[in-house]
Design a protein around this ligand. Structure first.
Ligand SMILES: Cc1cc2nc3c(=O)[nH]c(=O)nc-3n(C[C@H](O)[C@H](O)[C@H](O)COP(=O)(O)OP(=O)(O)OC[C@H]3O[C@@H](n4cnc5c(N)ncnc54)[C@H](O)[C@@H]3O)c2cc1C
Ligand code: SF4
Ligand code: SF4
Length: 471
């Protein structure tokens, strides 16, 4: 079996499009009925497949994140959880009206907009609204386009068309993507001098897992907007006065926008991992270790109290650290340096899924004699208790079956076929994952405390603002 065939056969292909770019389009990428992307290997010569594999984030023929980080950022400090780093921060843009249009603290857009303004790049390759699909990789060349295409797209996207479109146009670009996509772009650039000279900056989005297109469709349908009617969705609608994690989901259909709190919808609990891509079962890169800067949500009680959202950021270039210092001095940014522990704690659930969880999944694959990608985590069931192991296995099962259940419902034009059949899987996971009463109470008290502090800070800022205006 060829290297890519193994990846696809093991359901470890994330559908990034890297193998297509690396082979000049000889490996086409197709959209599956599940709303995921897959390369089409029929008729592809074995030697061409192996060229494609040199771009693949899950092929055993490519360097892992440790090797990538060491080659790209040899001078930077290193942490086994975070990868290489020159700076660790929590941050938010100061403009309250603008930050509402971003998923979190707005730093991703701020960073690429700074590079565009300073002439470091001519454009940004990132995910925006699509023509036939809800979302796709697009190229933005103005600040207006960048600001018009903000927010997280929890939706399968592939970059082969966008990257092929800019290849050889003589311009410089930043690439924005989840860790595996950044890794694939790094691999491509190693074998492609033209693209290496063009993709001069990378921004990684901290990643828990990627969803198929069914995620947005299933949530919209629950709001009464069917898959044939949905025009677009917003996965991160902010709710003033609430916790930042209590964001809403919005869907635009013939009757206008409809919204509901994400957690109130079936599948809205990120820990359920419905419609998760199979590749994410094999991922151990949380902080995009091959990216110049990684940006995520500061999921800590201290920052969740502020509904505007707060980014956690890992930098790997000192010029980005200098950009932050300048942004803080001129009042555009609120930035605070934090420890590696604090950065890792923002992704506590993510680490459980990608370290302990990955070890169990690898063990299960090895026991069943299935091929699986080489990982930095050892296969093992030592460590987690039996209940936790069961939770890891049941989550994998749910991710897998959710794709089929929704496709059947979609074909039948009947959402209830999905909702009723997925319910027992969700209930079982909830029972297994229920935290103790003590930890629930402690977390709630912490969140309430920090919400009050955020409210006080905002009041003080308004009073000061009024005083300055009154002078
Ligand atoms: C699939 C996925 C899973 C994630 N999981 C986590 C997680 O577990 N923990 C965590 O802390 N953060 C996670 N994030 C990151 C988080 O949702 C925010 O995107 C991040 O905090 C940046 O917020 P911001 O306000 O700085 O970005 P904004 O200013 O809103 O800008 C977002 C930028 O990212 C681009 N973008 C959005 N989605 C994609 C995509 N799929 N592919 C390429 N470009 C994209 C947009 O085009 C825009 O340029 C995830 C993001 C994605 C896409
Ligand atoms: S993960 Fe990307 S590079 Fe690997 S086979 Fe899938 S589409 Fe190709
Ligand atoms: S979890 Fe890993 S494999 Fe899945 S989309 Fe995120 S970075 Fe890629």
């Amino acid at each position: 079996m060829g290297s890519l065939e193994k990846v696809i056969d093991a359901d470890a292909c994330v559908g990034c499009g890297g193998c297509s770019v690396a082979t000049g389009g000889a490996i086409p990428i197709t959209l599956t009925p599940y709303g995921t992307y897959l390369p089409e290997l029929d008729g592809v010569a074995p030697e061409v497949e192996e060229v494609g594999a040199l771009a693949c984030p899950f092929a055993d023929t490519t360097p892992d994140e440790d090797e990538l980080g060491a080659a790209l950022y040899p001078q930077a400090d290193s942490d086994p959880r975070i990868g290489r780093f020159t700076g660790l921060y929590v941050a938010r843009i100061e403009d309250d009206e603008t930050v509402v249009g971003s998923s979190s603290g707005g730093l991703t857009t701020w960073i690429v907009a700074q590079w565009l303004r300073d002439g470091v790049i001519d454009g940004v390759i990132h995910a925006g609204p699509g023509d036939d699909l809800l979302f796709m990789y697009v190229v933005s060349t103005t600040a207006d386009e960048l600001y018009g295409r903000r927010k997280s797209r929890y939706h399968a996207v592939e970059f082969s068309q966008a990257v092929s479109q800019i290849r050889g146009d003589g311009k410089k670009y930043a690439f924005v993507g989840v860790p595996c996509m950044v890794k694939s772009v790094r691999h491509i650039c190693q074998g492609d001098e033209v693209l290496a000279g063009q993709i001069v900056r990378t921004v990684g989005l901290v990643c828990g897992h990627m969803k198929s297109a069914a995620y947005g469709e299933s949530m919209a349908w629950q709001l009464g907007v069917s898959p044939t009617e949905v025009e677009t969705v917003d996965f991160r609608v902010k709710n003033p006065g609430m916790l930042s994690r209590q964001y809403s989901f919005g869907a635009l259909g013939p009757g206008g926008w409809k919204t509901a709190q994400t957690a109130s919808l079936v599948g809205g609990n990120w820990g359920h991992a419905v419609f998760q891509l199979g590749a994410c079962n094999y991922c151990d890169d949380i902080f995009a270790e091959g990216a110049d800067v990684a940006v995520g949500d500061a999921w800590l009680p201290r920052f969740e109290g502020d509904w505007r959202g707060t980014n956690v950021i890992v930098t790997r270039r000192t010029d980005v650290d200098e950009m932050f210092a300048a942004g803080s001095t001129n009042g555009e940014l609120w930035v605070e340096s934090v420890s590696a522990d604090a950065v890792a704690h923002t992704q506590a659930g993510n680490f459980r899924h990608r370290r302990q969880g990955l070890a169990v999944r690898l063990h299960d694959d090895d026991s069943a004699g299935r091929w699986r990608p080489r990982k930095r985590v050892e296969a093992s069931v030592d460590g987690p208790d039996r209940r936790r192991i069961e939770l890891i296995r049941r989550r994998r099962e749910l991710s897998h079956v959710s794709h089929d259940l929704f496709l059947e419902a979609k074909r039948a034009g009947d959402l209830s076929r999905y909702l009723t059949r997925v319910r027992p899987y969700l209930d079982r996971l909830d029972r297994l994952g229920k935290p103790s009463l003590l930890s629930r109470v402690t977390l709630r008290l912490q969140r309430e405390f920090w919400r009050s502090m955020a409210w006080l800070r905002e009041r003080t800022r308004h009073v000061r603002h009024r005083e300055i205006q009154g002078k």
